[in-house]
Design a protein around this ligand. Structure first.
Ligand code: CAA
Length: 381
């Protein structure tokens, strides 16, 4: 077993850490307070090649691997979880399915500008009545000559209000169940597309999400991604990769909690000594550090398997489940370490606490991750 990072991976990690520390972290509290989309940071992510990390250079990407993607995601999310998810959606949920299922013409038209950061993407699967039950799609796609006409409503679409392009899932044959689901590449400026008011969220407030209303949107045949009826498998296999990205985001949040709590516990004194020297606090930090390492190992293993083109769906679900759990536990304990200072906005841990919660919900709730893992177990895998 080899735990060393390659020189290229170390370089990505250092670049991401320097950028996150110098440019992202100083703005994180303000981005959260103002509910602001960090446009200038997204532009810098593009310059650094972080919006299409695992996309080949031929298609505008950085030509790196998924281990590098996890390393960069941890660093960016450690500084600002909102910036982390903007990056994760573009990489995992938009570039990845177009790379795997798009035609060369679609890659030239959409993937190249998305991976190089000239355009930003979103992924529209969820609907008011189709969250965990992703196959219950109601958005209709009806053939009309050499076009498709699409109508429906999508919910909680991360990046929706700021996206140029959308990987969209629709139902074209309800009787066929999940085999009636079809994916499209939708330009967000197409006639009939409208975003709702951005969601007013508990956390990741710099990440804009909203409903997307589709009202008789006409798309040409070449907007079809993959095959008619092949959309559910595109969505599920895309989410396998997406879950690695969210695991890395959760890991970044957990590390922020650990770093901040250790820093505080080393300075803050009670009963004549730094609180880290009281076992009640030191043991909390020891547990946090152990769980952060375990979450990192699980997440890197899933990315490593994806890089080797080996099955990784179960491992991605395990990584997301455990990293999300870790982030939430770490945030709760970090607030406890900070005491009264943990409960006020002057210190960062209350933001980590609010940001951590979403990692147990999007890209499959923790309950869905357990379902996915149990399904693999029931098949003896
Ligand atoms: N890869 C490829 N194919 C897959 C697959 C995968 N990972 N998982 C399932 N499939 C296939 C199955 O093989 C099956 O195909 P066949 O009929 O040909 O055998 C088909 O899909 C149906 O599989 P299931 O019967 O298991 O499907 P299901 O309807 O029971 O759903 C589920 C399974 C795991 C619960 C799924 O609905 C799911 O993952 N739900 C959660 C949805 C989710 O994660 N949403 C996130 C929204 S995006 C988001 O959150 C983005 C953001 O904001 C950042």
């Amino acid at each position: 077993m080899q735990f060393d990072l390659t020189e290229d991976q170390q370089m990505v990690q250092k670049t991401a850490r320097d950028f996150a520390t110098q440019e992202v972290l100083p703005k994180a509290a303000e981005i959260d307070r103002e509910h602001r989309h960090p446009k200038e940071l997204v532009a810098r992510l593009a310059e650094l090649g972080f919006l299409g990390i695992a996309v080949p250079e031929q298609w505008g990407g950085a030509g790196m691997d998924h281990v590098s993607y996890v390393l960069a995601m941890e660093e960016i999310s450690r500084a600002c979880a909102s910036t982390g998810v903007i990056m994760s959606v573009n990489n995992s949920l938009v570039c990845d399915p177009i790379l795997r299922f798009g035609t060369d013409a679609q890659k030239a038209r959409w993937l190249t500008p998305l991976a190089s950061g000239k355009l930003l993407g979103c992924f529209a699967l969820s609907e008011p009545e189709a969250g965990s039950d992703a196959a219950a799609q109601r958005t209709t796609a009806t053939p009309d000559g050499d076009h498709w006409v699409i109508s429906g409503t999508k919910n909680w679409i991360t990046n929706g209000p700021v996206a140029d392009v959308c990987v969209l899932f629709t139902m074209n044959d309800r009787a066929a169940g999940h085999k009636g689901i079809t994916a499209f590449i939708l330009p967000m400026d197409a006639k009939g597309v409208r975003c709702g008011t951005p969601d007013d969220k508990l956390g990741i407030r710099g990440s804009k999400s909203s409903q997307i209303f589709l009202d008789d949107v006409r798309l040409p045949a070449d907007a079809l991604l993959g095959e008619v009826g092949g959309g559910f498998k595109i969505a599920m296999s895309t989410l396998d990769g997406g879950r690695i990205g969210i695991a890395a985001q959760a890991l970044g949040i957990a590390r922020a909690c650990l770093d901040d709590a250790v820093g505080y516990a080393t300075q803050r004194k009670t009963f004549g000594k730094p609180i880290i020297q009281h076992q009640a606090i030191g043991f909390k930090l020891a547990d946090m550090a152990t769980e952060v390492d375990a979450a990192r190992l699980l997440t890197l293993r899933a990315a490593w398997l994806k890089d080797r083109k080996q099955p990784y769906g179960k491992e991605a679900a395990m990584a997301k489940l455990f990293a999300a759990d870790t982030a939430n536990r770490a945030a709760r304990e970090a607030i406890q370490v900070f005491g009264g200072n943990g409960y006020v906005t002057e210190f960062p841990v209350e933001r980590h606490f609010r940001d951590a919660k979403i990692t147990e919900i999007y890209e499959g709730t923790s309950e869905i991750q357990r379902l996915v893992i149990a399904n693999y177990l029931s098949k003896g895998q």
